[in-house]
Design a protein around this ligand. Sequence first.
Ligand code: ZN
Ligand code: ZN
Length: 141
Amino acid sequence: MATHKGECFCGTVQVEVSGEPEGMGYCHCQSCRSWSGGPVNAFTLWKPAAVRITAGAEQVGMFQKTQVSQRQYCKKCGGHLMTTHPPFGLIDVFAATLPTLAFNPGLHVNYAETVLPMRDGLPKLRDFPTELGGSGERMRE
Ligand SMILES: [Zn+2]
Ligand SMILES: [Zn+2]
């Protein structure tokens, strides 16, 4: 089984994912933008069993603003690691956290909130897919 290792900005927190992600893409929501400091969040989604913190677990902080997202970061360097989504049963280990994983995005979510339109031909969902409780509605690029 393929494994990929990642770490926070200072390297204290080490994470490892195994197998294949459940999905990959870009989130354009205002929350991701505000928390990440970037115009979009490149996500890779994993079942919780596929994600392990292998070092520095005591330095992992968490901030939860909404029911949907538990945002995790390193308390030492402030570097962002991943976001757990309890209602979806999935963890977004940020693509930037996993340098060896080939990032193959499949869709864009929360595109209604975009500040960085991306004309790459991939589906652009207004909010979330229906299986995650969204409208599933597509938008033009
Ligand atoms: Zn750190
Ligand atoms: Zn988002």
